[in-house]
Design a protein around this ligand. Structure first.
Ligand SMILES: NC(=O)c1ccc[n+]([C@@H]2O[C@H](COP(=O)([O-])OP(=O)(O)OC[C@H]3O[C@@H](n4cnc5c(N)ncnc54)[C@H](OP(=O)(O)O)[C@@H]3O)[C@@H](O)[C@H]2O)c1
Length: 315
């Protein structure tokens, strides 16, 4: 089946995108942007193939072939309108460190990592560069090496993390709107990152520890024992961070609304545990616990959940 038409590319330098991290989200974006205008940056070793070949199963169930070239590792990176960083949170800074000297100083870098902590470290490491964060509700997974499933359509909000990113936000958003995905500018990106952190902190560790889909946590005694203290801690921390903090009851309501709306989904944390891959717990409940320590707050429930999830994987 032929891929659906893209909107016309409108960006000034031809609508070219580099992607670092050829996993589920990276492949979704690569196959959704205009064909021939995307390259994956490989790991430092020479990639086994010239192109990353796979099929994208769109949210409507139809499958489309994708063939995304890898950049030549020995050559300078091609001039691009932006770089999407789509590795897991723990890999984002080391991956960028490996390649950033090959990138022009003015290329916008858009970070797609879940949770918090990695974005702040990257923005602090390269404060002069235009660094942006994306919060996405798109869902994608790779059930096999050559198939990416767009499991759920969502939207992506993008906002600036460093001062030099402010002026390029509209251009980056317009550029990414040339995909089949929905993209919006977000002036309050920190608040948006926190909203997603709250939901992840309230759902993901429970699904991993109880080994169940999102909806099944809600009636479980372990969840019922810990959800109110967890929401109190999240409320306390947000207030201390100077953020607009809903009450603990409102945070619980938000978490449970999302758990009910995604009742049959397996969270990425549970999926990582089932495959014995490192989880992103250090960027979710682990981040909350460590911010608490830095601010002299005792956030024992977040710390307990982070420790228990860490103990589930041996990598
Ligand atoms: N998937 C989703 O639906 C979704 C939704 C919202 C947010 N996110 C967030 O997006 C991020 C990526 O998630 P994902 O599901 O796409 O993860 P993923 O499938 O594991 O993809 C990450 C990719 O990054 C690659 N990578 C790691 N280090 C690298 C390096 N140094 N150089 C080049 N590539 C490197 C990995 O390669 P290897 O496989 O070889 O290790 C892998 O292909 C996570 O923070 C996640 O929380 C994902």
């Amino acid at each position: 089946m032929a891929a659906p038409r893209h909107q016309e590319a409108t960006s000034a330098s031809g609508g070219f995108t580099l992607i670092l991290g050829a996993g589920a989200i990276g492949r979704l974006w690569a196959a959704s942007l205009p064909p021939q205008r995307v390259r994956f940056i490989p790991r430092d070793t020479v990639p086994a193939a010239r192109c990353c070949e796979y099929r994208l199963q769109a949210a409507d169930g139809n499958q489309y072939p994708a063939s995304i070239p890898y950049c030549e590792t020995a050559q300078p990176l091609p001039r691009a309108d932006c770089l999407l960083v789509t590795t897991k949170a723990a890999d984002a800074l080391p991956a960028l460190e490996r390649h950033i000297t090959r990138l022009p100083r003015d290329i916008p870098v858009v970070l797609f990592q879940n949770g918090m902590g990695s974005q702040q470290r990257i923005a602090a490491r390269w404060p002069e560069r235009p660094i942006l964060a994306a919060v996405t509700t798109e869902g994608a997974n790779n059930p096999s090496a050559h198939l990416t499933i767009h499991a759920g359509r969502g939207q992506t909000s993008i906002g600036s993390l460093t001062p030099n990113a402010e002026h390029c936000l509209p251009t980056v958003v317009r550029h990414l709107q040339n995909s089949r995905l929905r993209v919006f500018p977000e002036p309050e990106i920190h608040q948006r990152l926190w909203q997603k952190l709250i939901v992840n902190a309230g759902i993901n560790p429970f699904t991993a520890l109880l080994n169940c889909v999102n909806g099944d946590i809600l009636a479980h005694p372990f969840y019922l024992q810990h959800i109110d203290p967890l929401c109190q801690e999240l409320h306390q921390l947000m207030a201390r961070e100077g953020l607009n903090s809903p009450s603990a009851d409102a945070l619980r309501e938000t978490i449970e609304t999302v758990a009910r709306a995604t009742a049959l989904n397996t969270s990425s944390m549970r999926a990582d545990v089932l495959k014995n891959r490192p989880t992103e717990i250090d960027y979710i409940n682990g981040y909350v616990a460590s911010r608490g320590e830095a601010l002299n707050l005792e956030l024992a429930t977040n710390r307990m959940l982070a420790e228990r999830v860490r103990a589930l994987t041996h990598c």
